[in-house]
Design a binder for this molecule. Structure first.
Ligand SMILES: [Cu+2]
Length: 155
């Protein structure tokens, strides 16, 4: 089989790039220890209401200006419906679902997660500006999806 010289160069370039990128991915995964999330906490989705700390959803003060906020998402609401924290608070959100997959999105912040039954998702944000923040479900979860929201009051 006769392969044109330019075609051979192009094939060599393509295979070289493929090997280089695979090597970079391998390096990142093993040498730099970059992995997909694998340490997520699990929870029995049928026993969310009995499993601490999700049996009492809401905020817990963990420091002078830091809070943990435990949220349960279910059709078509979030529990707690209102979270009140002082301005400047660093809030770590812990989110799970008691039924189907929901979204957990707070516009104008970097909080954007999924509430997945069986799993506890977590993210944190510092609320520096006082005001009322909307927490919305941004994953279609059923006929009442558009009514699924909660509020965060920062004072
Ligand atoms: Cu929804």
């Amino acid at each position: 089989m006769n392969i044109h010289r330019y075609e051979r160069w192009w094939l060599t370039f393509g295979v070289t790039m493929l090997v280089a990128f695979l090597a970079l991915i391998g390096f990142a995964a093993f040498a730099d220890n970059i992995n997909p999330p694998s340490d997520m906490q699990q929870i029995d989705p049928t026993k969310v209401a009995q499993t601490p700390p999700f049996d009492r959803p809401g905020p817990r003060r963990t420091g002078a200006d830091s809070y943990e906020a435990y949220y349960v998402a279910r059709v078509f609401s979030f529990d707690p419906a209102v979270l009140r924290v002082p301005a400047g608070s660093l809030v770590r959100f812990y989110v799970t679902s008691a039924d189907v997959v929901h979204g957990f999105f707070i516009p104008k912040t970097d909080i954007n997660m999924m509430a997945v039954p069986g799993w506890v998702n977590t993210q944190e944000h510092r609320f520096t500006r006082p005001g009322e923040y909307l927490l919305i479900c941004h994953e279609y979860c059923g006929l009442g999806h558009q009514d699924m929201f909660a509020k965060i009051e920062v004072r």
